[in-house]
Design a binder for this molecule. Structure first.
Ligand code: ARG
Length: 497
């Protein structure tokens, strides 16, 4: 049966022994080998091997005894660990060689009805699932931190910026919730990427299927995959799941870099004080407290974007089906996930331990006539076209700047006279103008859905808490499906050993 069928590419059966004789060395040996980096998929490969062997026995492609000996050998390989593997082109070949060393040539039956091409694709997906869940979990932690900090600061005024210029007063709670909202979509993108990663390519073989009566659904179920990647060529060679996952990671890293940058700027202005744990000092200037952790967080976006670019450049223009270029594809994603998970957790720590300088923030909230839009809104509500209202307020702002004073109701009145030939107070009460000039009242007035008024922020906090708990459940469901599959695989293996 399968043991003696080989091909030059995704060979089957006793290929390892054949390869050992013919391709044992050469100057490019190191260059060809992915064995060291494959440590990350060592456990994945053992699981994939086990599921495949169980299925082969269930389908009577190999005998129960053969399955038992191979599964025993795999247990030994696992306890010896990745470091104990002999040399080889990759972890798949090295584990197979170790199994053959343990049980003799029949160990080679493990590779019946598959190829390293579907095998490696299954291993990458299997391992990446855990990484994506960890990444999603980290985003949940960061969201929780942002939401809790926002809940404490629904009344803490601060200046809001556009173009880095003071624009309109907002609150710290509103600012923090803006990031919690973006990051909830980062979580969703990671979970989406997870769902498309969590499909089994196993059984695609080299790329053209197999004549053996395999059960692809069974190996998929034993490995906790939600289904199979049906087309065998697609299964063995497509890496769009890596592109999607890395893009989701790079997107989250980009969000983090914006958050880090904002807090760096706010720390510079004295608006926020980072805990010593998240700061560094200078080796020469003893007074310095630098936001290094956030600067590194900001830089991780560069790493993640670089990995995404590297990955897409590797994949671009690759013909179907398997090409060895693919060996250099998934390491990009693994490096990206490691960097981004770390940065996301650090950002959460920096935010949760930071203190906001409430009195300075309140003083600055109205700086630069940041309530101007509120005055224009007030005039527009009184029936003036918004464009005319804008003109009046702009003139008052200009006059205040020339006179080096702040905008007052009196100044606004004289600007209204200039533009309209009428008093401002024909349109609105003086008290309404005065309250619109006040940053706190300006914030209170902007109570539209999602706006900065305390009640609006509180309701977005309530919504965000609900989404957060739904997302934690979605994550827990995925984790428990994987745990169940691990138990089912162990039980299926126990039938043979
Ligand atoms: N180490 C390879 C990889 O990471 C495994 C597949 C090798 N297949 C082949 N036909 N050479 O992609």
């Amino acid at each position: 049966m399968a043991g003696d069928s080989t091909d030059s590419d995704g060979a089957q059966g006793d290929e390892t022994v054949v390869r050992r004789d013919r391709f044992s060395g050469g100057p490019a040996r190191e260059f060809l080998s992915s064995l060291a980096g494959d440590e990350r998929i060592f456990e994945a490969d053992l699981a994939v091997d086990r599921a495949h062997v169980v299925m082969l026995a269930e389908q009577e492609i190999i005998s129960d005894e053969e399955a038992g000996t191979i599964l025993d050998a795999l247990a030994d390989v696992e306890s010896a660990g990745h470091g104990a593997l002999g040399g080889g082109e990759d972890v798949h070949e090295a584990i197979e060689s170790a199994v053959i060393d343990h049980v003799g040539p029949d160990g080679g039956k493990m590779h019946t009805a598959r190829s390293r091409n579907d095998e490696v694709a299954a291993c990458i997906r299997y391992r990446l699932r855990a990484d994506l869940l960890e990444a999603a979990e980290t985003t949940l932690g960061l969201r929780e931190t942002l939401i809790e900090a926002a809940a404490e600061h629904t009344d803490t005024l601060m200046p809001g910026y556009t173009h880095l210029q003071p624009a309109q007063p907002i609150t710290v709670g509103h600012f923090l919730m803006s990031y919690a909202s973006t990051i909830s979509r980062d979580t969703a993108r990671l979970l989406d990427a997870y769902d498309r990663t969590n499909e089994s390519p196993l059984g695609g073989a080299a790329f053209a299927g197999t004549p053996f009566d395999i059960d692809r659904e069974r190996t998929a179920a034993l490995l906790g995959f939600d289904g199979v990647v049906a087309n065998s060529m697609d299964a063995s060679s497509a890496r769009d799941f890596l592109a999607e996952s890395t893009a989701a990671l790079a997107t989250h890293a980009t969000t983090l870099s914006g958050l880090a940058e904002d807090i760096i700027i706010f720390a510079n202005k004295g608006y926020v004080d980072l805990s010593d744990d998240y700061s560094s000092t200078s080796s020469i200037m003893p007074q310095k407290k630098n936001p290094d952790t956030l600067e590194l967080t900001r830089a991780v976006a560069g790493d993640a974007i670089g990995e995404l670019t590297g990955l897409l450049s590797t994949l671009k223009g690759l013909p179907r089906a398997y090409n060895r270029d693919l060996q250099r594809a998934h390491p990009h994603t693994f490096r990206a996930v490691d960097a981004v998970v770390e940065a996301s957790a650090v950002a959460a720590g920096a935010v949760s331990t930071a203190t906001w300088n409430e009195s300075l923030l309140a003083d600055e909230a109205g700086a630069g006539f940041s309530t101007a839009t509120g005055i224009a809104d007030l005039l527009a509500m009184a029936g003036l076209p918004f464009r005319t209202a804008h003109e009046v307020v702009a003139l008052a702002a200009e006059e205040a700047e020339d006179a080096e004073t702040s905008v007052s109701a009196a100044l606004l009145d004289s600007a209204t006279e200039e533009v309209l030939g009428e008093s401002l107070f024909e349109y609105v009460d003086r008290s309404a103008v005065e309250s619109a000039l006040d940053p706190a009242q300006s914030v209170d007035s902007r109570d539209s859905q999602g706006g900065p008024a305390a009640a609006a922020v509180e309701s977005s906090i309530a919504g965000a808490r609900e989404t957060l708990s739904a997302d934690s459940e979605a994550l827990a469901d995925r984790r428990s499906a994987l745990d169940d599959a691990e138990t089912a695989l162990q039980e299926a293996v126990d039938e043979y050993v």
